[in-house]
Design a protein around this ligand. Sequence first.
Ligand code: SF4
Ligand code: SF4
Length: 186
Amino acid sequence: MEYKQIFLDAYEKMDVDLINENCGLLCNYHCCRSRGDDGKLLGIYLLPFEYELMQKNENLINKETLKVHTNKSYELPKGIKKLYYGYCNDSMNCIRKIRPVQCRTFPFVPHIEEDKLYIVIEKNQEHNCPLINMREKWNENFEESILLGWYKLLEIDKIKKLVVFDSLNRMKSEDILFRYSEFIKI
Ligand code: SF4
Ligand code: SF4
């Protein structure tokens, strides 16, 4: 299947909100802020091919601030030479239908262990989402939809490499706070 279609399918599966209301109002749009608690600039990583296929011609990511992180300066998995890192044009007016995977999946990240795909929440996640401790408020199909979206994205070899790489690092540093009970055999 063409990579573009894989992304379209994954965006569709992941078109779910963590809760029914605008969660940004709970925390002043913490995951959209462009500076971290330490004042450092904070952007969004796009998946391999995601900028070129899904974001390049949209007006979500500010092109002037777009950065390319290469394997010369950043620790990337073998076979991945670069990742795009971008900042949103207007985080208070998100164009939600085209928001990238990183924003759809939060607070979960994909995790592969013993040939099973899970979604997990890391202990050291950047945004301290207030909803992590309010599971009773979550949409009941959120986790399943996000898991299915990631399963689709693993059809792209470079994305799978990245997920495997991050999963190994996560296991080494014992950085898992919560694991959704379902998984998919891969
Ligand atoms: S894409 Fe939307 S949800 Fe994601 S950081 Fe930008 S404004 Fe926030
Ligand atoms: S940190 Fe949590 S509550 Fe705040 S905008 Fe992100 S997902 Fe929503």
